[in-house]
Design a protein around this ligand. Sequence first.
Ligand code: ATP
Ligand code: MG
Length: 321
Amino acid sequence: MVLLQIRNLNVYYNTIISWIKVLSDVNLDVEKGEIVGVVGESGSGKSTLGHAISRILPPNARIQGDIIIDGVNLAKLKDNELQKYRGTWVFMIFQNPLNSLNPVKKVGHQLLEAVKIRYQRDGKKVEEESLMKDVIEVLKDLRLPDPYSIIDRYPHQLSGGQVQRIVISMALLLKPKLLIADEPTSALDVTIQAQVVNLFKQLNKEINTSIIFITHDISLAYVVSDRIVVMYAGRIMEDGKVEEVLKSPMHPYTQGLVASIPTGDKNQKLTAIPGNPPSFFALPTGCKFSNRCSKVFDVCRKKEPSIIEKNGRKIRCWLYE
Ligand code: ATP
Ligand code: MG
């Protein structure tokens, strides 16, 4: 059953120079209980996509299209109507975790609020003692040392990795329908990273939370996700089951990303994709990847391919049209 349907999503930012279109024609379905990895180089629009779905784009952004969750079109709601859906329907772990916390409230209060909101959503009676027990339990699960001292602190009194785990614990307490995690483990030690990934998977299994896992690390996306979406210059270039995409990437861009994953073999020749992602102020005409593509031919430089479905895989490339 589908939870999230994104239809013809475009996002623009107003900059000092001009408007730029940072998301173009994004169409994406996420099933209930599905984990979708979103990968792509820096600047490809991954965070913008997360912010658009959570409806927390900055004031200089303009949005077109539909973002439908469980039948509600979030893209069409006014700011004052969104409150009901924030946190329990969609919760986003920001790339900069401090942005997810209120700087003037102690961490413990913020976590208690999160459990309360969830109890209210589920129509459960709020019993103050059990709330704190829930909070401490989650903090222990995340291996935060000395949780009783942590909850008594303000966000700025914590290390980066601790803040990140507090935000993750908020997600685990809220148990949202859709969790958007934007590079949630990049500030963490690898041992804790593994723990966090397991907790996400547990949340996903136990209460069927759907997860959009944003990362530039395609091998991490592989371990975490059921499906993988590859973004380039604000477009979805490929979308398919994670094993299939990694085993037989179809888009030359995905092929380049996959070829750059270290396998642990000392003799492996790591191949980088030549060149850099284009600027949104000067995108190539035609396919946005055409100026870096090893398989480019005439039409690619003239006309942008649309995204088509082939054997359950979606692909935006002239090679397959
Ligand atoms: P990274 O991997 O570095 O986090 P990303 O894929 O998350 O990158 P975004 O943060 O979505 O990329 O940015 C996409 C593009 O939009 C970039 O060119 C960025 O400079 C631009 N951008 C992001 N936020 C704004 C804003 N508030 N105003 C103007 N441009 C913006
Ligand atoms: Mg980002």
